[in-house]
Write a protein that binds this ligand. Sequence first.
Ligand code: F6P
Length: 360
Amino acid sequence: MSTGGGDAPGLNAVIRAVTLTAAKRGWECYGIRDGYNGILYPERYPEGGVFRLTLDRVRGIAHLGGTMLGTTNKGNPLHFPLPQADGSVRHIDRSDDIIDYFARQGLDALVAVGGDGSLAIAHELHKKGLRVVGVPKTIDNDLDKTFTTFGFDTAVEFATDCIDRLHSTAESHQRVMVVEVMGRYAGWIALHAGIAGGAHAILLPEIPFDLDKVVAKIRHRDLLGRMYSIVVVAEGAAPRDGQRVVLESGNAGHAERLGGIGEQVARALGERTGKDARAVVLGHLLRGGSPTSFDRLASLRFGTAAVRALAEGRSGVMVALGYPDVNCVPLEEVAGRMKSVPLDSDTVQTARDLGICLGD
Ligand code: F6P
């Protein structure tokens, strides 16, 4: 089993579920440390980059955040960084090393837990002949063909709680509070937490925003005597006439880092409305803590379903949350695809009907 990409609450529950379900069938289960680094950099792991997951090792972990296997979003075996003598870095495909390792160790199958990047790697390994089942993880909820990914509910729950807390301080000081949330190029966290937390404006990557609309919303509230406003902005949101804010550009093996739009929006709103405006960045707090019961249950259902899928002889699939049951979808329908917020969804319409400004 491997956990890759950014961590998300529920990973440990998946690890426990896979281990228990495999043990019930008399199978042995092994965990790879830090994505695939446990195989690709054996010298870094004197005590073993791959280790046996016994029932003892996975006892009492389902409610814990993070991943006991470790993870990385820099260890893409398809674009493995190879430093050159001249100081440059060449990227090579080391997926065959993983396939060889599985063959040499007599490992029959891989459960790959991850987001779009990790599932794209899993898909490549499957195409090279490895038996693979994927499990959809990400707080961003941007994976297609599954109703939701685990980690998303926990992130939304936490963001909603933060927005709830900001209402009273914003109102006391008659301020504009801008809350920046993660989500990469999708606005799921911003939209769901923004609606649930009673935000007055929500800015999503899916809707390039016009700041005039947000200024008008804040002024209108002031006229009604509601002297404070809460604006939720997704880290990937961008103005109609501008670009998203990139903190660090990406490369073949590592995605770009977003962040900073909250501060920009707060500064501009402060200048344009004459009000005191502050930015709060929730950032990695959204990835920490215990999974909600929804995410815990989803993770346990996904983990057990992944082993059942292998037992049924399936491979090259991802377990997905359907209704009413978990089902399997081909990895090729998921890998490398992104699920944005559909602008005709009832959730977007809910925001509009509640009078929330979406910046358009
Ligand atoms: O994909 C999960 C996520 O938390 C995104 O929301 C965010 O853009 C990114 O990972 C941050 O990655 P890192 O932990 O490398 O800064």
